[in-house]
Design a binder for this molecule. Structure first.
Ligand code: SF4
Length: 359
């Protein structure tokens, strides 16, 4: 069992069953997540306990030994345009996924992967061409945050180059890397608990965004967790036939049903307005008449819309729209009262931008 897959409540219960005061649980968490003592948190400077030594030396409840292993960050590629860093993340079984660290003014945002590959096969996404290998464990996802923070702490020159203080930690977390997060609910639930935990990574819910291609079944379970984190809904097409063509998930969970779910969730206070992501592909979904249809489709869920010009990758026949087309499309949404921004993704030159991750 990996320590970094355990929520504080799960760990407290296990300690309690071993007659160890649960106060140790908070110290363990603080050591691991705040002080970066990753290997032997119980014998670090902030807590010592023979009982804990014995607890972690004994087999874990799942019968194997306790592990404190984290995925290994390999061969970072740094963007020459915006200092974004793309890491290869080597998992214990040899698989490789990717994380992207993006500095911006006072923020340091990490984009994490939740699956090796992806089942959803969106045609504008390089990850979607890889097929699906497996879900990542909670430890493999949380480990991306810990390793990114460790890497930044060990490379103050990069932080300074990017205009950030040398003590900068990850401030924002986006689940927009490889995989559909709501297709890996068990791990996602633990990860969110750990990153929002005041003794864990201490991120505020508004600084955490979970992206989904519209996995309605996952969304239904997700809202019950009441985490308060932002949902980013990847819409990308208004016409159901076109959406189905570029996002096969439309066949299983039509976006009209997903938006109806958001509408109900807004009315009951269970959901916040989503961030709608719309990748603009020249000649496919960037027509100005489509902008009007988009307004009509999403208006009732009171979204913010993020327009993302398509990011090219090897083998893709798609192109990004011109800037004029992008801004004309944006103007229509804004005139209709929908807050709309354009996102020129970071890390394009290192194939680290939206839709470019691929091993
Ligand atoms: S866009 Fe997201 S959901 Fe679609 S294939 Fe890529 S990673 Fe999967």
């Amino acid at each position: 069992m990996n320590f970094f897959s355990c929520t504080r409540a799960e760990l407290a219960l296990l300690l309690q069953q071993a007659d160890i005061p649960s106060i140790h649980c908070e110290a363990l968490y603080k050591n691991a997540y705040r002080h970066g003592v990753l290997s032997t948190p119980w014998s670090g400077p902030h807590s010592t306990s023979k009982d804990l030594d014995a607890f972690f030396s004994a087999p874990s409840p799942s019968g194997d030994a306790w592990s404190f292993a984290l995925p290994v960050f390999e061969s970072p590629l740094e963007s020459t345009e915006d200092y974004a860093l793309k890491f290869g993340v080597r998992l214990a079984d040899g698989l490789l996924v990717e994380s992207v660290l993006m500095p911006e003014k006072t923020r340091l945002t990490l984009c994490v992967s939740t699956q090796a590959g992806c089942r959803q096969a969106c045609s504008f996404c390089h990850t979607g061409r890889m097929g699906f290998t497996r879900n990542l464990s909670a430890a493999e996802i949380v480990g991306q945050v810990l390793q990114a923070e460790r890497w930044a702490a060990e490379h103050p020159e990069w932080l300074l180059r990017a205009g950030l203080p040398v003590t900068q930690r990850v401030t924002n977390l986006v689940f927009m890397g490889m995989g559909e997060p709501l297709d890996n609910l068990e791990a996602l639930r633990s990860v969110l608990e750990i990153v929002l935990d005041p003794f864990g990574l201490q991120l505020a819910p508004r600084k955490v965004t979970v992206s989904t291609a519209g996995h309605l079944e996952g969304l239904r379970e997700f809202v019950d967790w009441k985490t308060g984190v932002q949902i980013a809904l990847s819409l990308h097409a208004v016409d159901p036939a076109l959406r189905r063509k570029i996002m096969p998930i439309e066949g299983r969970f039509p976006v009209a049903q997903v938006l109806a779910f958001f509408k109900e969730g807004l009315a009951s206070g269970m959901l916040k307005p989503p961030l709608v992501q719309y990748t603009m592909i020249a000649g496919v979904n960037d027509g100005l008449e489509i902008a009007h249809q988009l307004v009509a489709l999403v208006r009732e869920v009171k979204p913010k819309v993020n327009l993302i010009p398509f990011n090219a990758f090897p083998g893709s026949a798609f192109r990004a729209p011109t800037r004029e087309q992008l801004f004309a499309f944006q103007a229509i949404l804004k005139e209709a009262g929908i807050p709309t921004s354009t996102r020129f993704s970071k890390g394009k030159d290192i194939q680290g931008a939206c839709g470019q991750l691929h091993i």
